[in-house]
Design a protein around this ligand. Structure first.
Ligand code: ADP
Length: 154
C-alpha cells in the first residue's frame, strides 16, 4: 500500500493526461477565406473556432463565433471580407504542445478566457512558425472529466 490519499491519486491521474492523446482534428482556413465562407465552414464542421493559416501553412490567427458575429453586425458584404482582417492574430494566439498535460491546456484556456487552443509544433527549419496539428476545446476537457469520473473508483 502506497499510503497515498485519494486526493493525491486523483491529482496524479489528472496530471497524467496529455494533449496528444485528447486532441481533435483542427479545422483550418486560409487568410483569404471570406467571412461568409468561414461561417459556412463553422456550421458544416460543427466547431466553435477556426484556425487561420498562411500560404506556407503556418498558424496566423484564430476566428471564433463572436468574431464572425461581430463582422456580421456591420454593413459590409461578408463574401468580400477576408478572415485575415477580423481574426485574432499571431503573436497573440494562445497555443499548446502535444506533450503538454491536458490540465495545463485547461488552465491556459481558463486564464486567457478562450474556448479552444490550437495544438502546434514548430516547423523544423523555422522555429518561429507553427504547424497546427490539432485542437483542444472546452468540450475536450468535459469529455476527459467524464472519463475520469467513470474510471476512478473511490
Ligand atoms: P467566442 O467568441 O465564441 O466567445 P472564444 O472565447 O474562444 O469564443 O473567443 C473570444 C476571443 O478570443 C475571440 O476574439 C477569438 O478570436 C479569441 N481567441 C479564441 N481562441 C484564442 C486563442 N487560442 N488564442 C488567442 N485568442 C483566441
Amino acid at each position: 500500500y502506497s499510503g497515498k490519499s485519494a486526493n493525491q491519486l486523483l491529482g496524479e491521474h489528472v496530471r497524467n493526461l496529455y494533449v496528444k492523446d485528447y486532441k481533435s482534428l483542427p479545422i483550418v482556413v486560409k487568410e483569404e477565406t471570406s467571412v461568409y465562407d468561414a461561417i459556412c465552414t463553422m456550421f458544416l464542421e460543427d466547431v466553435g473556432s477556426l484556425y487561420v493559416i498562411k500560404k506556407e501553412g503556418q498558424l496566423s490567427g484564430v476566428i471564433s463565433r463572436k468574431d464572425l458575429l461581430q463582422a456580421a453586425m456591420g454593413k459590409q458584404d461578408l463574401s468580400a471580407v477576408p478572415v485575415g482582417v477580423i481574426m485574432t492574430r499571431m503573436p497573440n494566439i494562445v497555443m499548446c504542445r502535444p506533450e503538454d498535460t491536458l490540465y495545463h491546456a485547461a488552465l491556459s484556456m481558463m486564464r486567457h478566457q478562450v474556448d479552444s487552443l490550437p495544438v502546434v509544433r514548430p516547423f523544423p527549419d523555422r522555429p518561429d512558425d507553427f504547424e497546427v496539428i490539432g485542437r483542444i476545446s472546452k468540450t475536450t476537457i468535459v469529455k476527459a472529466f467524464v472519463e475520469l469520473g467513470q474510471h476512478i473508483k473511490v
